[in-house]
Design a protein around this ligand. Sequence first.
Ligand SMILES: [Zn+2]
Length: 119
Amino acid sequence: MHQHLETLLEIQDLKSQKTELQDTETERQVQEEVFNISIDDALDALDRKVVEMEESLPAPIRSRYNRLAKRYPRVVAPVIRGTCYGCFVSVATAVSSDAGRNEEIEYCESCGRFLYLVD
Ligand SMILES: [Zn+2]
């Protein structure tokens, strides 16, 4: 898989982990009591890691990422059977073909999200 695509997926994963930590108030108490950890520290650590990873992206990818991140919670959309699951529009066959699968950074022409081929 393309290195930057992998980074984008990891950023997305860290962000959804953060949302999950923020959203589950009961779970949060349990975790703090049982594991004696501060969720706020964990959230800070996630934020720092996300920033670090964002900064590792080359400028053109980062600027697209920044634009997308303002609009969408998820900036990488899976492509299943030729359809972008961000906006449910068919993507160009060149993009969805198996040649060089996920080895290039591809964008959805409709919603602009980064594409990740699932099948
Ligand atoms: Zn799309």
